[in-house]
Each structure stands twice: as structure tokens, then as C-alpha cells.
Design a protein around this ligand. Structure first.
Ligand SMILES: [Zn+2]
Length: 204
């Protein structure tokens, strides 16, 4: 499966690669599916893998392989589970969607929302940076080195109703910001249900 998007390009950042807007992008734009190899192994971890729920992980290909983290992301991952009437196993897939208008050339970022046990210090530079690459709900578990107390409760609470059920069964991390979009995607896709599970798993 090709893993391309006319909306983005891969470029260099100081610490490796990143994904950048190829043109001005409106808010709510679906940039493409995160294509890659699906691995059925509960213990699988890598630098880039995305938790698909259950024992499944996705090892993404470029360009979205190189989406970097920000505590104030301009994109989100939307999880979708397509179910089939013939009884075939449900097919999980992940899309990248813009959260705000993004000017051409700007780097695209998502909130990794890693679990606390895999968190690393965050250098994203956002005004509301949590200080850690971590799920906001698990930030308190990192209290000893917590640099400041950001006011990030609002986005989480607005998504809470939609993400409550899907949070069950998530092994490592989840993205609160994708709940609303995931719900709407599920509503518009025939025979499918959406979840808002993990953004990206932290390598061990
Ligand atoms: Zn940050």
C-alpha cells in the first residue's frame, strides 16, 4: 500500500526527520492514512510504532512515520475500526487529521501521549509544554520532576465522554484529542466503529 500524501513532505529537523505542510492546510483536513506493517505481538515496541489496540501495533511508513511530538499539536491521529459483514476480522486503521489551520512549511506534530512509565523529557517548546512526553492524565505520576502545572484540563474533559469506553483495554497510552474526531469518523463510515486509543508507544 502506498503511503503518500499530497499535503505533506518529509524534511529535516535538528534531531532527525519531521513532517511538514506542503501547502496551506485547513483545520479538520484528513491528510492520509498512516500506512505500514501491522504486527500482532503484545510485546512489540519500536521507536515509531503505534498501538492499534489489543495485541496489534502498526509500524508506520514514511511520511507519517516521522511525525514528531508536541504538547500543542496541530494534528491528531484518528483511529478507525472497519468491520465487515462477512465476518472477517475488523481492520484497524489510522488517519492523520489537522487540528488547526497550518501554514505551508510548518512542521506537523501530534501528541504522543505516552504512558508515564515510558515518558521522556519534552523539549517541544510549546507554551503549555507538560515538560514530559506523556499522557496528560498520567502527568501526575511524574511529580518528582514536574516542571510546571499546565492548564491542559479542558481539552481532556471535553473528550472524556467520548473516549471513556475506548480507553478500556488500551495498554499503554491514548490520545484524548482524537476522541471527538474518531467519533465523527465512526458515525460517517458505514459499518465501522472508531476508537481513540493510543497515539504512539514509547520504545523501551
Ligand atoms: Zn512539550
Amino acid at each position: 500500500m502506498a503511503s503518500q500524501s499530497k499535503w505533506v513532505r518529509v524534511g529535516k529537523v535538528s534531531y532527525g526527520k519531521g513532517v511538514f505542510a506542503a501547502s496551506d492546510l485547513p483545520s479538520g483536513l484528513e491528510l492520509g492514512e498512516v500506512a505500514g506493517r501491522v504486527i500482532d505481538d503484545a510485546e512489540y515496541v519500536s521507536s515509531y510504532c503505534i498501538d492499534l489496540g489489543g495485541t496489534l501495533s502498526l509500524e508506520p511508513r514514511a511520511p507519517f512515520r516521522y511525525l514528531n511530538h508536541s504538547c500543542e499539536p496541530n494534528c491528531q491521529l484518528v483511529h478507525q475500526l472497519t468491520e465487515f459483514e462477512d465476518g472477517s476480522p475488523p481492520q484497524p486503521s489510522i488517519y492523520v487529521e489537522t487540528l488547526k489551520p497550518i501554514p505551508a512549511g510548518a512542521e506537523l506534530t501530534i501528541d504522543y501521549s505516552w504512558s508515564a512509565d515510558g515518558a521522556i523529557p519534552c523539549l517541544c517548546g510549546a507554551a503549555s509544554c507538560r515538560g514530559w512526553v506523556v499522557d496528560p492524565a498520567e502527568l501526575h505520576l511524574l511529580a518528582p520532576k514536574k516542571p510546571k502545572r499546565p492548564r491542559t484540563a479542558t481539552p481532556r474533559s471535553t473528550a472524556a465522554a467520548g473516549s471513556q469506553s475506548s480507553a478500556v483495554g488500551t495498554r499503554s497510552s491514548r490520545s484524548s484529542t482524537s476522541a471527538a474526531a474518531a467519533a465523527s469518523k465512526g458515525a460517517t463510515t458505514s459499518g465501522s466503529a472508531a476508537t481513540s486509543t493510543a497515539a504512539r508507544r514509547r520504545p523501551r
